[in-house]
Design a protein around this ligand. Structure first.
Ligand SMILES: [Zn+2]
Length: 242
């Protein structure tokens, strides 16, 4: 159920039945020259649309958090970045407020790599107050499944470009494609690292992206998210099957 669309009364009536919230998290960030700046919030938003259609009576869908930590790409026009420590606190307090409202299980549906540190910190803190929090990084957690659909992966690469072509082809400009196969030996944090590690704001090769592949990615993600919601509903994380 979409929280932004219902009244306080409706929330009060339903909260005894629904104790899971899905919060989409993304960024405003350069993605090559061919994908929109909102790519990383559009993908989680579409996954949430699919969850709403399939299981809207079993999970709250929260408004998204559309800004993230994009330090490395902040050298590229249009990228907005906030520090991980600020974001972690902000997301923690969003989650805590849900917890205080009786929603004890929190799914952070993340579309952006730079957010991972902040979201894991927030999830850790949420667990300390009694919540159950999980961070889903769709392009990473389901990579094996994605690579049955696309040949390669990358930031604005084949997988993410396919996802955006399916989301809205009008927002994608496939006339200007860069590729970047650079892989650093170590993850070194340094100023403007995106100029080296993410040259042209891209990793990988988007040339073989397609709308059809994007549809298959979202079909797969929908199934995975429905599984996760059932897992959280049944509190399977509390069970050790050994
Ligand atoms: Zn992205």
């Amino acid at each position: 159920m979409r929280l932004s669309d219902i009244t306080s009364k409706k929330f009060e009536d339903e909260r005894k039945n629904i104790d899971i919230v899905v919060i989409p998290v993304g960024s405003l960030e350069a993605h090559g020259q061919h994908l929109p700046l909102g790519t990383d919030i559009f993908a989680p938003g579409l996954i949430c649309d699919r969850i709403e259609k399939r299981m809207g009576d079993r999970a709250w869908i929260a408004p998204g958090i559309s800004y993230g930590q994009s330090d490395s790409l902040s050298v590229y026009p249009g990228t907005i970045t906030i520090p991980s420590e600020v974001m972690a606190e902000y997301v923690f307090y969003v989650g805590k407020s849900f917890y205080d409202q009786g929603v004890k299980k929190i799914i952070l549906m993340n579309g952006h790599g730079g957010n991972v540190v902040a979201l894991r910190l927030a999830a850790e803190k949420l667990s300390r107050i009694g919540a159950a929090a999980v961070v889903v990084n769709w392009w990473m957690d389901y990579l094996d499944d994605i690579l049955t659909i696309t040949k390669t992966r990358g930031h604005a690469g084949e997988d993410e470009s396919s996802a955006m072509m399916y989301y809205n082809e009008d927002l994608v400009d496939m006339s200007t494609l860069f590729t970047n196969n650079h892989k650093s030996k170590y993850r070194v944090y340094f100023p403007n690292s995106g100029l080296v590690d993410l040259k042209h704001a891209i990793t990988g090769d988007p040339t073989e992206a397609s709308r059809e592949k994007g549809e298959k990615i979202f079909d797969m993600l929908e199934e995975k998210m429905c599984e996760l919601i059932t897992f959280m509903e049944n509190e399977e994380y509390l069970v050790n099957n050994d």
